[in-house]
Design a binder for this molecule. Structure first.
Ligand SMILES: [Zn+2]
Length: 265
């Protein structure tokens, strides 16, 4: 099975090289219609077709409800992670810190305004607010690092299976799977409630000292979120392991003679 470059047309089901065969025909190996393996057969997810708030929600809904269909439609178009990934990374980091930050901000500003708060906050609330930007940056860097590691891992796994998992394919898979990071961020935010509310509350309720189990929500939320991301990546790489990318215009077809090759006048 010769794979010449990342633009060589392969059957998306079995990886057989169908480049140069009539597109009306079928893959000689598995019978899949060659037409359905063309790069333009991937219609693109809503975000691929145009970034917008509406398309962010539409793409997220598609990823969650029909992940297989999403990764069959996703366009393989660029090597770098797109704005979709950065959007999701920022939303994930923000969702992770938002509930605790909101509660603490309420404590700080509520006390300053003389509001009657439902429970007594320890005076660490201001420190907590200062930690918040650091936690946000940390969460963002964690998502970026884990996703880059995932992309390297996908290339290794693809190589072992003799798939054609290019950088452009890992970009398309990971940026759509990054909705998993958004879910992870929301879960971490929910897990932060017991600590953000007030450790004193737990001591009063449970009648004993420091309760380490209130921290257990953090790793649990992270592990569940990571599993969701990994599951989406797994579905994605199975659907894109031979995905085709359109050859850039200059390399496609017959480019005109470049000025350098033209005879001197
Ligand atoms: Zn085939």
């Amino acid at each position: 099975m010769p794979i010449t470059d990342e633009y060589t047309l392969l059957c998306e089901t079995c990886g057989y090289t169908v480049d140069g065969l009539p597109v009306e025909g079928n893959c000689p190996e598995c019978g899949r219609a060659i037409r359905t393996s063309l790069p333009e057969a991937r219609q693109g997810t809503p975000w691929d077709r145009g970034p917008s708030v509406r398309n962010w929600f539409a793409t997220g809904w598609m990823v969650v409800t029909r992940p297989g269909r999403t990764f069959e439609a996703a366009r393989i178009s660029r090597v770098r992670l797109s704005g979709l990934f950065l959007t999701n990374a920022v939303i994930a980091a923000s969702a992770a810190i938002a509930p605790a930050t909101a509660i603490r901000a309420w404590a700080v500003f509520g006390a300053a305004l003389g509001l009657d708060l439902p429970w007594h906050f320890e005076n660490r609330a201001i420190e907590w607010l200062l930690i918040t930007p650091l936690a946000w940056v940390g969460g963002l860097l964690l998502v970026l690092a884990l996703t880059e590691i995932e992309r390297i891992g996908l290339r290794v796994i693809g190589g072992r299976h003799r798939w054609r998992v290019t950088r452009a394919i890992t970009a398309a898979v990971c940026e759509h799977a990054s909705y998993g990071w958004v879910i992870a961020g929301v879960l971490v935010g929910v897990a932060s409630f017991p600590i953000a509310v007030e450790p004193q509350l737990w001591r009063n309720l449970l009648g004993s000292g420091w309760q380490p189990w209130v921290l257990a929500g953090y790793p649990a939320a992270m592990v569940v979120g990571l599993l969701i991301f990994e599951t989406l990546v797994y579905i994605g790489v199975r659907r894109c392991k031979f995905a085709n990318r359109a050859r850039p215009a200059l390399e496609a077809g017959h480019p005109g003679p470049s000025p350098a090759t033209q005879p001197p006048a």
